[in-house]
Design a protein around this ligand. Structure first.
Ligand SMILES: Cc1cc2nc3c(=O)[nH]c(=O)nc-3n(C[C@H](O)[C@H](O)[C@H](O)COP(=O)(O)O)c2cc1C
Length: 388
């Protein structure tokens, strides 16, 4: 008897079902839709918890959700919001500008959620000390905001629930001019004296903007520290998402069955860092080439309070756009502050900023394809910290 044939029979006869079952289990793990919905949602009698439950669906740079909450034990309507110093982006966001904007987004969604419940937020921003502008904030222990809830007539802000069910769509957006009503709504939402919002739709401006955005994305994807930060924060399947429910994933780029297969193959045969970065840059080029409308948010100066305000406005704009059936694709690479990006940073400011302005956000607006998954977030309980 041929021992090799026997061995083959043995392997073939007994292990194939095992291999197939393992592959199916892996595929299931890749496609199961973890979102981080908290089990305590709806059961809590603590108003603060139920508001945070919704507000944590705010956008954030690299989906790092850089907020932590300290509940005031002596006042059931008060709490403070801190930087999550374990979830910063040292390579991509060395001065935590995007991180502070992201906390602004969280506060904005918190504000609109509270309004719908019949509460207004009284804030003290940076009540102890402001994070200095050249500090990433690893040791920043002071609150970003102290918040107290106060009874007010309930007002519903359209879109305040949409963040929960809608992932940021980063691929296959169809171009669409922004409806004048939506454009007017964007300007109405800008209640911040030092923050400006502009729409870029004219051909000469688009011809200047698009190459800058594409060059900046490609630079990010070839600048090793920034690329590796994104690569290492990318969750390749739902098990990884469940284990570390922050960071990036393929949910923003793929839909339906394609998503499961991409997650499956990326789990089994992950692209190497270089190929991964270049594929991302090619996909981004195609999105930018197609886009015909962009929005730009700029501040007069660049203080931490202005960064918070810019983040609040961006979150408001994102949600109203979502509510009206649009998708917003941030393209903020040229605004990143590491040395390798300095020329493109200067160029985008030279081309699109007024004197003294800092551009805080640039994003394409289009129409999303059908069938996107929701994103994922850290459970509310995990965001709560003991007083420090
Ligand atoms: C300040 C800020 C900067 C961002 N920059 C980018 C960006 O350059 N490219 C991008 O694709 N998404 C960017 N985003 C979007 C986040 O990646 C997205 O909000 C986050 O991953 C949550 O995704 P989800 O809505 O699918 O859950 C940015 C978001 C914020 C708040």
């Amino acid at each position: 008897m041929n021992r090799n044939t026997d061995r083959f029979r043995f392997w073939h006869g007994s292990s194939t079902p095992f291999v197939v079952a393992a592959a199916l289990a892996l595929l299931a793990a890749c496609t199961h839709g973890y979102t981080g919905q908290t089990s305590s949602a709806g059961e809590t009698s603590d108003l603060r918890i139920s508001l945070i439950e919704n507000a944590r669906w705010s956008m954030s740079a690299h989906n790092m959700q850089p907020w932590e909450i300290v509940l005031d034990e002596s006042d059931p309507l008060s709490f403070s919001v801190h930087l999550a110093t374990g979830r910063l982006l040292p390579a991509t966001d060395p001065y935590s500008r995007q991180t502070v904007m992201s906390v602004g987004g969280f506060l904005s969604l918190l504000e609109d959620t509270a309004a719908a419940t019949g509460y207004q937020l009284d804030y003290a921003m940076f009540p102890d000390s402001e994070l200095s502008l050249d500090d990433i904030g690893y040791a920043f222990d002071s609150p970003v905001a102290e918040v107290t809830l106060r009874r007010a007539p309930a007002t519903t802000v359209p879109g305040y629930l949409d963040a929960v069910s809608s992932a940021t769509v980063k691929a296959a957006l169809a171009p669409m001019a922004i409806d004048p009503r939506l454009e007017a709504a964007f300007f109405d939402l800008d209640t911040f004296p030092d923050v400006q919002i502009r729409i870029i739709e004219d051909d000469p401006e688009l011809a200047t903007l698009k190459p800058i955005l594409k060059d900046a994305f490609r630079l990010e994807m070839t600048h090793v520290p920034a690329r590796d930060e994104s690569y290492d924060l990318t969750r390749r399947n739902d098990r990884q998402i469940r284990d570390a429910p922050w960071g990036l994933s393929y949910r923003s780029n793929y839909r339906g069955g394609n998503l499961g297969f991409v997650q499956f193959f990326e789990t089994l045969f992950p692209k190497n860092r270089e190929a991964w970065g270049l594929t991302g840059a090619d996909t981004f080029d195609a999105e930018i080439d197609r886009a015909t409308s962009f929005l730009l948010i700029a501040t007069n100066g660049n203080t931490r309070l202005q960064q918070l305000d810019a983040g609040m406005l961006f979150e408001r704009v994102w949600r109203i756009a979502l509510h009206e059936g649009y998708a917003v694709l941030p393209a903020s690479q040229a605004l990143q502050e590491y040395e390798a990006m300095a020329d493109l940073y200067r160029l985008v400011h030279h081309s699109f900023a007024e004197s003294g302005e800092t551009i805080q956000m640039i994003a394409a607006i289009g129409v999303p394809p059908e069938g996107h998954r929701s994103g994922f977030r850290i459970a509310t309980e995990e965001l709560l910290r003991d007083d420090r």
